[in-house]
Design a protein around this ligand. Structure first.
Ligand code: AMP
Ligand code: GLY
Length: 435
């Protein structure tokens, strides 16, 4: 089978790496990919990476990719990024008779509209933060004053990770609501906002592969969004991740499956928009049980980079079964090992940073299965790999236990060098602190 992966970051490199191990692949393509993937797949220069706000441009990119998939007789397409899903890439591929793994535009609203997700959860009693939604800043501000701080203000739409503001004072929350609703700082994404209760607890990410009716959960993970050690500083796309996350005990995973994933899938079917794809459950483990922070309609980045090395099942088998509604007939096996990913970033990220620096030391890891360096933001210049983004590399190690995996990942980090490199030094500290 010919298989196509859509995207260019560390998440997509991990998907390509795992798919390339399948016996069922004839030819593997990635659009557009990056230099790290070039030895595993043919990189195709078609980009589907315009934000969903620019609908027409995004639709044009999707059309070009549909034409490519038809020409190359692609039997399965796997979508990484959220904007492509919210822009209807799955609907367009299916309308052209092409099999694709991911939710339709309507189903992807679980991520692209927080108002939709909150209303759905409320309707079917999924545990989540108490909330109200607003389009008008005066009523939003009145609600914020009445509730007090801490409180969370969120843009309803996709905002590239900048849409949630955790506010420790009423003034900060009033300013966030004003900025989104009156000043339009997040564009259309912030014209409708959700104001919600601040939840106390430890976060975890649980991924369900869904076929519209059945689902299978992968090893529970935890990512580290803030830029500095100790979870300080502004949020990023994710500075590292590990799995399994001990906070998500088997009992909590079962609770999440029964009280969150099952009712959401049933409700999506009832709405006539069955959910096929990855349901990313961002969870808070509170004293009152596990609650939803948010849903995403895709794999997490960098969580995908640790889950693919732990997954023993053939990914083509798994995803084609999901496309065919046959997940109840698949046995999924995840290794009982631990995996950790440390992100090597450009100093300055998530604000301004320089790029174009040569990366040295990558050769040492070319042939290892237990230590893989996934590329996130890299490019090639004169035959050398250079930095080309905020998050540059995802150094991923697996081992029998978490401590060994962490030590292995950091020893690899210390052998890779580029100017202005930055990483967190405490990935997995919550789990290691428990041990
Ligand atoms: P989101 O974009 O909804 O995932 O939010 C980004 C981050 O903000 C989450 O990973 C949490 O750390 C934090 N956050 C969001 N909502 C809440 C909440 N209701 N209570 C506490 N923290 C939250
Ligand atoms: N790891 C956070 C995300 O993918 O949104």
């Amino acid at each position: 089978m010919n298989v196509l992966v859509v995207g260019k970051g560390g998440r997509e490199h991990a998907l390509v790496w795992k798919l390339a191990q399948s016996q069922r692949i004839d030819k593997l393509y990635v659009a557009p990919g990056n230099p790290g993937m070039a030895s595993l797949a043919e990189c195709v220069d078609i980009r589907v990476d315009t934000p969903v706000a620019k609908r027409e441009k995004l639709a044009g990119e999707i059309d070009r990719l549909v034409a490519f998939a038809q020409e190359q007789q692609i039997g399965l397409t796997v979508v990484g990024p959220d904007d492509a899903l919210a822009g209807g890439i799955v609907d367009r591929f299916r309308a052209s008779g092409l099999a694709i793994f991911g939710p339709t535009e309507a189903a992807a609203r679980i991520e692209s509209s927080k108002v939709f997700a909150k209303e759905l959860m409320e309707r079917v009693g999924v545990p989540t933060a108490r909330h109200q939604s607003f389009t008008d800043s005066q009523t939003a501000c009145a609600y914020i004053r009445e509730q007090g701080a801490p409180i969370v203000v969120k843009a309803s739409g996709l905002a590239a990770g900048k849409g949630a503001v955790v506010c420790h004072s009423v003034d900060q929350a009033l300013a966030a609501a004003h900025d989104m609703l009156d000043e339009g700082t997040l564009g259309g994404a912030g014209h409708h906002i959700v104001v919600e209760e601040y939840m106390v607890g430890e976060e975890a990410s649980l991924f369900a592969i869904c076929d519209g009716e059945h689902f299978i959960t992968l090893t529970p993970a935890q990512d580290h969004k803030p830029i500095y050690d100790g979870d300080k500083g502004p949020n990023t796309g994710g500075m590292g991740a590990y799995a399994p996350a001990p906070v998500m005990t088997p009992a909590l995973v079962r609770e999440a499956e029964e009280r969150i994933i099952r009712p959401v899938l049933d409700e999506m079917r009832r709405l006539g928009t069955p959910y096929q794809g990855v349901l990313y459950c961002g969870l808070m483990c509170t004293e009152a049980g596990v609650k939803v922070v948010e849903f995403n309609a895709r794999f997490g980045d960098p969580e995908c980079q640790i889950l693919m090395p732990l997954l023993k099942t053939d990914l083509v088998d798994l995803l084609t079964a999901a496309c065919d509604g046959l997940l109840d007939q698949v046995q999924v096996e995840c290794a009982p090992d631990a995996a950790v990913c440390v992100i090597l970033a450009s100093d300055g990220y998530p604000q301004a940073y320089e790029k174009g620096f040569e990366i040295r030391g990558l050769e040492a890891f070319a042939d290892r299965d237990d230590l893989v360096v996934f590329h996130a933001g890299t490019a090639q210049r004169n035959g050398r790999v250079i930095t080309d983004g905020g998050r540059v590399l995802c150094v991923t190690a697996t081992d029998a236990d978490l401590q060994a995996a962490v030590a292995k990942a950091y020893s690899a980090v210390d052998q890779i060098a580029f100017d202005n490199a930055y990483c967190r030094r405490d990935i997995a500290y919550r789990a290691l602190g428990r041990a």
